[in-house]
Design a protein around this ligand. Sequence first.
Ligand SMILES: NC(=O)c1ccc[n+]([C@@H]2O[C@H](COP(=O)([O-])OP(=O)(O)OC[C@H]3O[C@@H](n4cnc5c(N)ncnc54)[C@H](O)[C@@H]3O)[C@@H](O)[C@H]2O)c1
Ligand SMILES: [Zn+2]
Length: 352
Amino acid sequence: MDKVTISTGRPYQVTIGSGLLSRLGEILPPRQSCRVAIVADDIVDSLYGDQAAAAFRQQGHSVCRFAFPHGEANKNMQQLTALLRFLAASHLSRSDLIVAVGGGVTGDLAGLAAAVYLRGIDYLQMPTTLLAAIDSSVGGKTAVDLPEGKNQVGAFWQPLAVVCDTDTFATLPETVFIDGIAEAVKYGVLADPTMLDLLASADFGSRLSWIVRRSVEIKGRFVEEDERDTGSRQLLNLGHTVGHAIEQCSGYAVPHGHAVAIGMAVIARAAAAAGICRDDVPQQIIAALVGNQLPVDCDYSLDSLIEVIQTDKKRRGDLISLVVPEQIGLCRLYNMPITELASFLAPGYKRR
Ligand SMILES: NC(=O)c1ccc[n+]([C@@H]2O[C@H](COP(=O)([O-])OP(=O)(O)OC[C@H]3O[C@@H](n4cnc5c(N)ncnc54)[C@H](O)[C@@H]3O)[C@@H](O)[C@H]2O)c1
Ligand SMILES: [Zn+2]
């Protein structure tokens, strides 16, 4: 099993390995018996809910379970309210624990509930998608969506620990699995050309645990440098400005990782057209994405994307901050007048 320490204000450990769901006692810091609220969507609850509940009961904790309908459409205020009321009805106190078992939707929803319930209680992230393992479970960003936009209600709230049982990836549908690959490609572009090469080889099954560990290390470094996301952590938004706009235009039918893949391709092609990077930069990024069956072209007009980007959190007044690759392994934040965004992106934008 691999361990990565995330040295935020309150440091915590990410443990990655096989069979961890039933070995929680060995991994978690000792804790007095408490009430544990396991939060999972309906799919993950039926796959892993019993196993997770048994593991906590074995440690002497009493367990209650909250299952909600799967999908981004349920990462909303209604589910947050339902979860908070469930916690209150289940008499969770400040010394109790919330456990998010699932993908990024579950982690974001349960993490936000943990941040605001009784002004903040501990929570554990147990990611079961590749995307959650390498991205959303680490770093303490929690949120739900509003009809007006994604992640518009949220908080920074670091987990007590992250436990990633890589065996759970075995049940992932292919499209959900490759969503995570898109974020791994992002880390390769940001910080690790070797990992990008490995991902482009599309023959990395035996190195998946290493990819998770390396991605968590890279994400952890950005989070430690800038926990509140006011500077260098924003580099993790590579591909996300356009990506979030695509997700929203599709009514969240296009999954996060697929949208980010298109976003990275658009920005890399635009950067090459503007002379910021060489042509081989978008070529390498696109090869890694396409090699993993990820999309690189878009179903929506550039105008409709720009309209959505106007409401983006990364907008500050008339400026939008864009993450642009200069080389593989080196990206930079560009603050661009929003009025110039369309002409900058146009050469990188391709309609499917
Ligand atoms: N907080 C952050 O820093 C951060 C970072 C990146 C993404 N996110 C958020 O994460 C979300 C996307 O996460 P996601 O891609 O994990 O989506 P998700 O949580 O919706 O999971 C995708 C689907 O896979 C199913 N599933 C999960 N684990 C499974 C398993 N082991 N076997 C079978 N099915 C399984 C789920 O039921 C769901 O239907 C988005 O809301 C995004 O905004 C947050
Ligand atoms: Zn992302």
